[in-house]
Design a protein around this ligand. Structure first.
Ligand code: MG
Ligand code: MG
Length: 244
């Protein structure tokens, strides 16, 4: 999992450099697919069947621009421009194990509110990472994201959640970005790996899915940010597998 995590990190670093005005989201896709092939890894998302969509996803990246929350599809016609934000989510399978990570990148100068949205989302993940320790419970992770996001006046997407990860891309438990008292609250044990992935809207929380069956967008058209890391629970505390 460490090797797959570091490959995902390398890919996202490259895409972050590439994501400037005039580049299409398909340019990012082509680069990522080549990097996976060169490393002998399989894409985690391309070919992944999702019952709600009734089909498999066709790309190695999800590229979600501005009010798109998650599962946006790379497109040659989607040219990034100054003031946009793009969330890039990707995963690989290497030697039988998955890695999964996401970042949100501003294109040139963005508005003050959007800059804060990105920062608060990133911070909420960092604060949650520190809770991924043996003896803590799942709600310690979920509640930490929720408190930081709400405290800064933003809202949390409820329809899409983080997850366990290992030999499957999505494993138990689900990791919502809020405390869901209808769900179990397992104690964290060394050896577990969680993919924590706050999705945060500048406006209201409601999400809708476009007619393309994949792209989730904010209902009110406000911007949305997304960050994700895979974190192993170890006796020595959290180990973020998807960065050096
Ligand atoms: Mg992901
Ligand atoms: Mg994920």
């Amino acid at each position: 999992m460490r090797r797959s995590g570091l490959l995902v990190w390398q890919i996202l670093q490259k895409l972050k450099e590439m994501a400037v005005e005039g580049v299409s989201t398909m340019d990012l896709e082509v680069t990522a697919e080549k990097m996976m092939a060169d490393a002998g890894a399989k894409p985690a998302f391309k070919g992944y069947y999702v019952p709600a969509a009734g089909e498999a996803f066709k790309f190695v990246l999800c590229t979600s621009v501005n009010s798109e929350i998650v599962h946006g599809m790379p497109n040659v016609k989607r040219i990034l421009k100054e003031g946009d934000i793009v969330s890039i989510d990707t995963g690989v399978k290497l030697d039988g194990y998955y890695g999964d990570s996401a970042i949100t990148v501003p294109i040139g100068e963005v508005s003050e509110e959007t800059r804060k949205l990105i920062e608060v989302t990133r911070e909420s993940l960092e604060l949650a990472i520190d809770q991924v320790r043996p003896g803590n419970r799942l709600f310690d992770v979920c509640g930490t994201v929720e408190k930081h996001v709400r405290g800064n006046g933003f809202s949390i997407v409820r329809e899409y959640v983080g997850h366990g990860i290992g030999t499957q891309l999505h494993e138990e438990p689900q990791v919502p970005n809020y405390v869901d008292r209808k769900n179990d609250n397992p104690r964290l044990k060394a050896g577990m790996v969680l993919a924590v992935e706050p999705m945060v809207n500048a406006g209201k929380a409601e999400a809708i899915v476009l007619k393309d069956k994949w792209t989730a967008v904010t209902k009110d058209g406000s911007n949305s940010a997304h960050f994700e890391h895979c974190i192993a629970v170890t006796e020595n505390g959290p180990w973020v597998l998807t960065r050096p």
